[in-house]
Design a protein around this ligand. Structure first.
Ligand code: RB5
Length: 153
């Protein structure tokens, strides 16, 4: 089934964005580009915000966030309730973040992975279903327990 995918980057992920958009389109999905429109320096939390807003307000949609390492985007995106952003490095992590974490956003770093790995990751992420079961219980605990760090002092 065709999926709707929102994509955003920062300046360090911009160069690979067109390549990723083509991969998603060739797989038969719809891609919506939330920017930026150039490689000028920007702050990745601003673009993580655009993508998380889009994904949380459009049921069944997914996101792709790319920065230099993928780390900043994933940290920012995971602040948002209902977002499960998986920072991935290869086919295995992209597949497992769907199967076990029901990730709705794929994050990766343009400076970390090459184009072949990117194609593999995007395909694995979009073609893999959540397994549910025990993994659904765990995701429920994440959603409930977002304040569990509050007591750590
Ligand atoms: C930008 O230089 C870089 O810090 C950013 O793209 C990202 O890697 C942050 O996590």
């Amino acid at each position: 089934m065709a999926k709707k995918i929102y994509i955003a980057t920062d300046h360090a992920g911009y160069a690979v964005k067109a390549y990723v958009k083509d991969i998603v389109t060739n797989l038969g999905h719809e891609i919506i580009d939330l920017g930026p429109d150039s490689a000028d320096r920007v702050d990745y939390p601003d673009f993580a915000k655009k993508c998380t807003e889009a994904v949380t307000s459009d049921a069944g949609s997914f996101g792709i966030l790319i920065c230099g390492t993928g780390i900043g985007m994933s940290i920012a995106a995971n602040k948002v309730s209902g977002i499960r952003a998986g920072l991935c490095h290869d086919h295995y992590t992209a597949k497992l973040t769907r199967q076990h974490n029901d990730a709705n956003i794929l994050c990766f770093g343009e400076r970390v992975v090459g184009k072949g790995v990117i194609e593999d990751m995007v395909e694995a992420f979009l073609n893999t279903e959540f397994e549910g079961g025990r993994h659904a219980t765990r995701i429920g605990k994440i959603e409930e327990g977002c304040s569990f760090g509050a007591d750590l002092g």
